[in-house]
Design a protein around this ligand. Structure first.
Ligand SMILES: [Zn+2]
Length: 192
């Protein structure tokens, strides 16, 4: 109850009431944030389902809007198909359970269960969440590669190679700066 005294004082100051004590009856309203959270559900990686935009939905922003939304480093990678230096990504060694989302638009892309240590220096996955990634032939730098793009916002993520582990044999080689990670507790970490 002592906690509510400063709040009551503050409210009284803001509203301008002269009477502080004995004003509003205590205990009428439930204190904000005091309600017990619902028991944790047994579903694996609930972060995937939390606030996920539906598959097929598009996010179209102008280049100016992307520049405002992203840091210069993220913009260079996501919107100009850049590549971060190997071994530098913040999420490279992340081993927590959760969901990897697009750093540009927040769409879920990978489940932590499919992340593995490839030794390449970039976060690597052997599979992507269904319907979340678009593949495109990339002939830049004198190579023919499969470029990976976010299906929702078109952001550049990385490339796919066929030297991955079982069960798919694929390696989704992704820039950490193109990602954000959401743990099962809902906490989000930027991959930049
Ligand atoms: Zn995206």
């Amino acid at each position: 109850m002592k906690i509510w005294i400063p709040i009551a004082l503050l409210a009284a100051c803001v509203i301008g009431y002269a009477v502080v004590a004995g004003g509003a009856p205590a205990g009428e309203k439930a204190p904000a944030g005091a309600a017990d959270p619902a028991p944790a559900k047994p579903a694996a990686h609930p972060a995937y389902h939390a606030h996920s935009p539906p598959i097929g939905e598009k996010l179209m922003l102008s280049e100016d809007e992307w520049k405002k939304k992203l840091s210069p480093h993220q913009y260079r990678i996501l919107r100009e198909s850049g590549t971060e230096f190997a071994g530098t990504g913040k999420l490279l060694h992340n081993k927590e359970d959760g969901t990897y989302r697009c750093g540009g638009c927040g769409a879920p892309l990978f489940d932590s269960e499919t992340k593995y240590t490839s030794g390449s220096g970039w976060p690597s996955f052997y599979a992507a969440l269904e319907g979340r990634i678009v593949e495109k032939v990339d002939t830049s730098h004198g190579m023919v590669r499969t470029e990976l793009l976010c299906a929702r916002c078109g952001g550049h993520l990385g490339h796919k190679f066929s030297d991955g582990p079982k069960p798919t044999g694929q390696r989704y080689c992704i820039n950490s700066a193109s990602l954000e990670f959401q743990g099962e507790d809902g906490r989000v970490i930027s991959g930049e």
